[in-house]
Design a protein around this ligand. Structure first.
Ligand code: UDP
Ligand code: MG
Length: 309
């Protein structure tokens, strides 16, 4: 008998809890055929609605259902980490509660595991139903990451991923506070099969991500998996030094040839504004990394559990 742990991060998903369960157990014949058990681990990320009550109701009917409930909203990253820590399975899969990650894909995913892959990941090929500017910036982000980070981060990758115990343990060994799981999956390596599927609309409720949340999340990704911006700051510094040096030579030569007419106040102001702007920009980059280091050094827990079933 092997055990599959299913991690379901939930934040205000009261309407979806039951439907997810119903949809998931349609795979029961597949599990029985393959001598497999499963546990469903709902991780409640500090929901304000009746998510916890819904999971408790299910737990009473079916003891394969478990709940980890946070003391407040810690974010999906924290919820996934908690799930991975609590999962006991030989295989672990992370799935959204809103059925955007279809459970019907699981048999196909398992077929690749038996072929010898350590992990089967999914990416959506279309961004249908997403606001155009969000798609635009998302594409830019993945392009940029490809250039500035050694870690592979796939465009359109979802967190829906089936992993072996070995890979889960590798992920758990990364205890960083600023978690960017899409990067962590790539960083740990292992043989990964990518499945592609069309974007599915969420069942009920609304997405928890807005443009600004995603933008901030992308900065998280950049600082967590690349130090290129720091290098960029130094390069910009060197560029301005060279520029200044050339200007000095130019001014000295002009003085020797033409004398010294006092002029150029506007250009001076422009130069000062420009260089101080660049300086603030670079200090900002430094600040970002310092802030991340500060949070990391504090070594706070990634999540706090209020209740567990
Ligand atoms: N989620 C979470 N904590 C949060 C935000 C979201 O656990 O702070 C969960 C949410 O309940 C869902 C999954 O993460 O199961 C994906 O969220 P959502 O569907 O809002 O994102 P999208 O699919 O639109 O990217
Ligand atoms: Mg969703």
């Amino acid at each position: 008998m092997s055990l599959l742990s299913v991690i379901i991060p939930c934040y205000n998903e009261e309407e979806n809890i039951f439907f997810f369960y119903e949809e998931f157990i349609k795979n029961q014949p597949f599990f029985s055929e393959n001598d497999m058990e499963f546990e469903l681990l709902y991780v409640d990320d500090g929901s304000m609605d009746h998510t916890v009550a819904e999971v408790k109701k299910l737990h009473e009917q079916d003891d394969r259902i478990h709940l980890v409930s946070f003391s407040r909203n810690f974010g999906k990253e924290a919820a996934m980490y908690a799930g991975l820590q609590k999962a006991k399975g030989d295989y672990v899969v992370i799935m959204d509660a809103d059925l955007q990650d279809p459970p019907s894909l699981l048999p196909e995913m398992f077929s690749y595991i038996s072929e010898g892959y350590d992990s089967v990941a999914t990416r959506r090929v279309s961004r249908k139903g997403e606001p155009p500017i969000r798609s635009f910036f998302a594409r830019r982000f993945y392009r940029l990451m490809k250039k500035i980070s050694k870690t592979e981060i796939m465009d359109g990758a979802r967190d829906f991923r089936l992993m072996t115990r070995q890979m889960v343990d590798a992920i758990l060994s990364m205890k960083e506070y600023n978690r960017f799981t899409k990067g962590i999956f790539g960083w740990v390596g292992f043989k990964t099969k990518w499945l592609e599927y069309e974007n599915v609309e969420r069942l009920k409720g609304e997405t928890k991500w807005n443009f600004w949340k995603l933008l901030l999340y992308s900065f998280e990704g950049i600082t967590a998996f690349s130090t290129m911006p720091l290098l960029l700051a130094s390069v910009v510094g060197v560029f301005f030094c060279v520029l200044a040096f050339l200007m000095i030579i130019f001014i000295i030569v002009r003085k020797l040839i033409y004398g010294d007419p006092v002029s150029g106040w506007p250009s001076l102001v422009c130069i000062i504004l420009m260089t101080s702007g660049v300086q603030f920009f670079c200090t900002g980059i430094l600040g970002q990394y310092l802030a991340k280091t500060y949070m990391e050094v504090k070594n706070r827990p990634i999540y706090l559990v209020k209740e567990e079933l």
